[in-house]
Design a protein around this ligand. Structure first.
Ligand SMILES: Nc1ncnc2c1ncn2[C@@H]1O[C@H](COP(=O)(O)OP(=O)(O)O)[C@@H](O)[C@H]1O
Ligand SMILES: N[C@@H](CC(=O)OP(=O)(O)O)C(=O)O
Length: 451
């Protein structure tokens, strides 16, 4: 649909009543926005993740009170909460009983079921916020739309089934001129169980919905007025990038720029749908357009930072002049569904970082005892934590002259644990100790972007 926009509002944009009213005004100001995808109110998903891990009664009570407090704060600001309160109470009750079940025995399926409640609550409340502005909207359970596999915590959408669902339930609503409010982040597997697309996955949901509806664009409304040269929370001098390419934005998202979920760009690239990132608090401030081939293509585009990295160093003297060692290592990692992120090798060792982007699992969960023992059979295994990955993102970095000199002279006072340079034309990655990561980002930003 050529005139259709899909709008997504993130957790901070639906954190409280005033923020929700600002979102509602953005929606009503744009007649093209006919479908709205919401995240859970800020903080809710983290609390639900904690509950889903299972905890003792005292802790559970404390977390449940906090979940209730965030939702109550919004309900109390409504002119008339009576239409929505019973449904929120029902969802809070369900959270309580699922949390009790998780304390006895948790599971990835239970975790996804539990954490999906955040989006269920925010979308119900948003309908009432719109109603109080005299706007009628239709609530859609996105699980009837987004079909996924059963990879709980990071489920992959089934495009064909989702398209079929859309023809049956979403398109008729849109054709009928309705304004549809639905949840980001969640889907449903073949057996009818709730799944999630990975942390921050609401952006991905919005892009998928835009693709199936052949929308003209995806509007990601967040708490910053666009994509910046680096996280403005780390470097206040960071500058907004007005236009950037899908490839550049994908690199930034992959390497930790939280402003966009990495998978968001997949449907956008596939179907060439422009993505806009703007601030729901200050829509007038403008934002960033991410499109296929904007000009210029600067050598240095941005710096991204990904915290909480795990480095696996695998060493074996048998690797010297031997064949097939790397194949064995990758075979074991693949068997455990581990995706390798950055890697360097020497004659007798391999150092690699694990990609756990978006997953609700922690790196230590990924490194199961079984995996480590299988690796230990063929080499010595060392696991290092407390690391962060700093990625410099740009264009043709591998052939630009003087890049390495500028980076290394800027960072001469810091320890860099591992460097990945040359494999990609679009990034240079440096693994560093977490306590120095922010300083490194600030120093690099000053050298490369503030002159
Ligand atoms: N390069 C960047 N440009 C803009 N924001 C960034 C960047 N890197 C990280 N961020 C962070 O991303 C945050 C927005 O993402 P997130 O908190 O997930 O928003 P939402 O709740 O809307 O999904 C910003 O507040 C900012 O701190
Ligand atoms: N609520 C989910 C999904 C999401 O996308 O959130 P946000 O848009 O606030 O990053 C999460 O916290 O992971």
């Amino acid at each position: 649909m050529r005139n259709l926009s899909v709008a997504k509002f993130g957790g901070t944009s639906v954190a409280n009543h005033a923020a929700m009213v600002a979102c509602a005004k953005i929606v009503t100001a744009d007649p093209n926005t006919r479908i709205v995808v919401l995240s859970a109110s800020a903080g809710i998903t983290n609390l639900l993740v904690e509950l889903a891990a299972g905890c003792d009664e005292g802790k559970r009570e404390q977390l449940l009170v906090e979940v209730r407090r965030i939702q109550e704060n919004i309900l109390n600001e409504l002119a008339d909460a009576s239409l929505v309160r019973p449904e929120i109470e029902r969802l809070l009750e369900s959270i309580k009983s699922l949390s009790e079940a998780a304390s006895l025995a948790t599971s990835p399926a239970l975790t996804d079921e539990l954490i999906s409640h955040g989006e269920m609550m925010s979308t119900r409340i948003f309908i009432q916020v719109l109603r109080e502005l005299n706007v009628q909207a239709t609530w859609l359970d996105v699980r009837n739309l987004i079909a996924t596999n059963s990879n709980f915590g990071k489920a992959a959408p089934d495009d064909e089934k989702t398209l079929k669902n859309s023809r049956l339930i979403l398109k008729p609503l849109i054709d009928h001129g309705e304004l549809v409010i639905t949840q980001g982040f969640i889907g449903r597997d073949e057996k009818g169980r709730t799944t999630t697309l990975g942390r921050g996955g609401s952006d991905y949901s919005a892009a998928l919905i835009a693709e199936i509806l052949e929308a003209k664009d995806v509007l990601i409304w967040t708490d910053v007025a666009g994509i910046y040269t680096t996280d403005p929370r780390v470097v206040p001098q960071a500058r907004r990038i007005d236009t950037m390419s899908f490839a550049e934005a994908a690199e930034m998202a992959t390497f930790g720029a939280k402003v966009l979920h990495p998978a968001t760009l997949l449907p956008a690239v596939r179907s060439n749908i422009p993505v806009y990132v703007g601030s729901s608090k200050a829509p007038q401030d403008g934002g960033t357009w991410v499109t296929r081939d904007p000009q210029p293509r600067p050598t240095f585009r941005a710096i991204a930072l990904r915290r909480d990295q795990t480095l696996l160093t695998l060493s074996s003297l048998n690797m010297l002049h031997a064949q097939g060692f790397l194949a064995k290592v990758f075979g074991i990692l693949a068997q455990h569904k581990i995706s390798v992120d950055t890697i360097t090798t020497s004659e007798v060792s391999i150092a690699l970082t694990l990609d756990k982007t978006g997953s609700t699992s922690s790196a230590t969960d990924l490194l199961s005892r079984d995996l480590l023992s299988q690796l230990s059979e063929i080499c010595t295994v060392k696991v290092d934590t407390g690391l962060s990955l700093v990625a410099l993102i740009g264009n043709d970095l591998h052939i630009a002259s003087g890049v390495a000199k500028r980076i290394f002279s800027t960072l001469e006072n810091y320890n860099i644990r591992m460097i990945s340079y040359g494999a990609s034309t679009n990034n240079i990655c440096m693994l560093t100790y977490s306590e120095h990561a922010d300083d490194i980002v600030r120093a690099l930003h000053k050298e490369l972007f503030e002159n």
